[in-house]
Design a protein around this ligand. Structure first.
Ligand SMILES: Nc1ncnc2c1ncn2[C@@H]1O[C@H](COP(=O)(O)OP(=O)(O)OP(=O)(O)O)[C@@H](O)[C@H]1O
Ligand SMILES: [Mg+2]
Length: 306
């Protein structure tokens, strides 16, 4: 399935124009100032991005807004890194949904990076696809994802293999989540500008996060076994427990060092604890930002039962 030629939409993508993006950023700023009112058509609560369907009335694009920064050059470098990452994923055999990086003026003296993509119907996204099928270790969508992960994840290139990051369009699987470019240099050091990914956290914690917490977290995206373990563990969160054992069977057929059900469950439990801590720290950061009269630049989901 994954050997099919790229679907024609690769050439056909027309991104939103500057005016549309300016209006979008204005409505994002309005939403952030009033988080309880529904101003935007949200697609998801990202860890670092806000994913929005644009325009709300008749969506054509999925736009992912990163946190604002004052240095355009830094955003341009981050955007270039995403472009390089997408190109390298393509060379490694991963079909990435057409993605364009836009730098848009935000608050006075600040700019944001917004990624745009064609919008995909929700029934073409990974979670809906598996929810609509009988669990089966030979499922072609599942196996196309695992083939792609095993063929592409390497010390140089990583990818977030979780189910929610894949779409099935024109019989091809497409990776949709490229806002964090996972590449490492020849010494195995992540090339990611981690200053963006720590923005949701209180400023006093960011240096420690960048130094000790983020780099080891990035490792999982480069090792096929860890990416597959992450995929399988995440099925519990997606309420796809019935897919866990078939997915393990499919994963283990590719691994010399197989994953057991108890390892997948323990991994998920630990991950859920970590994300719960992260969620609480973000809530504290939002509280502190509001206390000093600022506007927290992220939307936090309602508490979830992980
Ligand atoms: N092109 C698209 N069309 C339709 N829905 C999309 C599209 N891109 C993303 N989404 C939806 O939005 C969700 C979040 O997008 P994405 O995976 O790119 O970022 P994220 O994982 O939330 O961000 P972060 O990297 O900050 O964690 C996806 O899981 C999917 O449900
Ligand atoms: Mg994602």
């Amino acid at each position: 399935m994954n050997d099919l030629p790229l679907a024609p939409m690769t050439d056909a993508y027309t991104p939103p124009d500057d005016e549309m993006l300016r209006l979008l950023e204005a409505s994002i700023m309005a939403q952030l100032a009033r988080p309880d009112q529904q101003e935007l058509k949200l697609l998801g609560y990202g860890e670092v991005t806000i994913a929005i369907a644009v325009p709300a009335a008749a969506p054509r694009w999925a736009c992912k807004r990163m946190p604002p920064l004052s240095h355009v050059a830094q955003l341009r470098a981050y955007a270039n890194h995403i472009d390089t990452y997408v190109a390298e994923l393509g060379l490694a055999g991963v079909h990435v949904l057409p993605t364009r990086c836009h730098i848009v003026p935000s608050y006075p003296g600040r700019y944001v990076l917004i990624l745009s993509q064609p919008i995909i119907e929700s029934n073409q996204l990974g979670p809906a696809i598996l929810h609509g099928r009988q669990p089966d270790p030979a499922d072609p969508f599942l196996n196309a994802i695992f083939d792609t992960v095993c063929a592409s994840a390497s010390p140089r290139i990583g990818l977030d293999a979780q189910l929610a990051n894949w779409a099935l369009v024109d019989d091809n699987i497409w990776q949709i989540d490229v806002s964090t470019p996972f590449t490492c240099d020849a010494q195995g050091q992540p090339e990611l500008d981690t200053s963006l990914v720590v923005q949701p956290f209180p400023a006093f914690l960011r240096p420690a996060l960048r130094r000790w917490i983020v780099p080891p977290l990035l490792k999982r995206y480069h090792v096929p076994r860890l990416a597959l373990l992450d995929f399988v563990g995440n099925l519990f969160k997606e309420r796809l427990d019935q897919w866990v054992e078939p997915a393990l069977e499919a994963a283990n057929s590719r691994l010399s060092d197989g994953i057991s059900l108890s390892e997948a469950r323990a991994y998920y439990d630990e991950d859920a604890r970590l994300w719960e801590v992260i969620y609480r720290v973000k809530k504290a950061s939002r509280f502190m930002t509001n206390m000093i009269g600022g506007t927290y630049q992220f939307l936090l989901p309602p508490p979830t039962d992980r």
